[in-house]
Unconditional design. Structure first.
Length: 240
């Protein structure tokens, strides 16, 4: 997997957005991959200190003047009304304490900014959440790859293990949504790696659609159909 794929997986793991095969993969990487564990720790720290990531923004001096005028006017009006000693001792002190209102205002602004940033990131992450997932299994029923299909129609291949590609051969990716149409090639790879799948000219991916990877001659299958051994395959199902 590329570093950006690890980073995405780590961020979604921290936010609790992963389920199914991707959740299991994240747990496995967390135990076995020190680099992935560092990414998870970094994301946890980033969310825990989200308010500190926002640079301070100085406010216009006229705003403080308006606050001082407003607080002074309200305090003067309060002095004209009878008040209990408790109300005079506590509430009047707060009304007349400009430092208190400055701290309160800045804290509220920081909280609002942090919330906006957090919601924006959550929405962006949710947009990347697949709607369909195919776990590609080897002949020994071992997970070897993932195909994630997204709501906007694009898809991605994420290998889960290395594949030995002999010299003069390539990996070819296929999909099948209609037996009458037959399998359609999605391109070739010289090694197992993460890649975006071009599905823009094909019907939208549906549940139970087959994806598989075969070993083909250099340049890909000459017949337009799989000719080599199937290294891994799986069908799509709704992402949990």
């Amino acid at each position: 997997m590329r570093r950006e794929d690890h980073d995405r997986l780590a961020a979604e793991h921290v936010m609790g957005l992963l389920e199914g095969a991707e959740a299991a993969l994240a747990e496995q990487l967390l135990e076995q991959d020190a680099g992935f564990a560092q990414l998870v720790s970094a994301w946890r720290a980033r969310f825990a200190e989200l308010d500190e990531t926002c640079p301070p923004a100085p406010l216009d001096a006229s705003l403080w003047n308006r606050i001082e005028t407003s607080v002074g006017s309200q305090a003067a009006a309060a002095k004209l009304k009878p008040a209990t000693p408790l109300r005079r001792g506590l509430f009047s002190a707060l009304w007349e304490n400009l430092g208190f209102w400055r701290v309160t205002g800045l804290a509220s602004a920081a909280a609002a900014i942090a919330l906006a940033v957090g919601l924006g990131f959550a929405m962006q992450t949710a947009a990347r959440k697949p709607v369909l997932v195919a776990v590609l299994l080897t002949s020994a029923n071992q997970p070897a790859g993932l195909v994630n299909a997204f709501a906007d129609g694009h898809a991605e291949l994420l290998p889960l293990q290395a594949v030995d590609v002999p010299e003069g051969r390539v990996l070819e990716i296929w999909t099948l949504w209609d037996a009458a149409r037959g399998p359609v090639s999605l391109g070739t790879l010289d090694a197992a790696r993460s890649i975006g799948l071009r599905l823009d000219k094909l019907p939208r991916t549906t549940p139970n659609q087959l994806f598989e990877i075969t070993l083909e001659p250099a340049g890909g299958s000459a017949t337009g159909r799989p000719t080599g051994p199937v290294l891994m395959k799986g069908t799509t199902s709704a992402a949990l």
